[in-house]
Design a protein around this ligand. Sequence first.
Ligand SMILES: [Zn+2]
Length: 144
Amino acid sequence: MASPTCKVLCPQCRTDRILVITTRPLENGNLLRRRRCQDCGHRWYTHQSREYPLPPGAVTWSNDQPTVDPVVFSRRGPKPGGRRPGPVARGTANGAAVLTEDDVRRLRELAANGTSQKHIAATYGIAPATVSRIVNRKLWSHLP
Ligand SMILES: [Zn+2]
């Protein structure tokens, strides 16, 4: 029977006698590990993803062997800029949005104080037409 754990092997000599020297959390919640081979002394980094819950139905069992459905698995979360079914989320919940709600409030404030829409567009890295639509409440209409 296969080992239930996925063993880390030395990329140089393939031994499994590996020491973890340091473990550091990354900003995105993943882990970075510095490893050292006890046999050949090779040092390298490994990267471990943060654990996250799988959606219902993602795992099926057959002969005591779990399989993760790649289709269900891929639904585990919104991809940046990816297409998702269902209604389009508004504002910052929409992955395509460049602006935050604070940006929009500030942007409308600037426009109200007489800053040109062209200047605002350059400041926020968006099209002048977008600024116009935000100021005229065609976009971000759910914000006061
Ligand atoms: Zn080694």
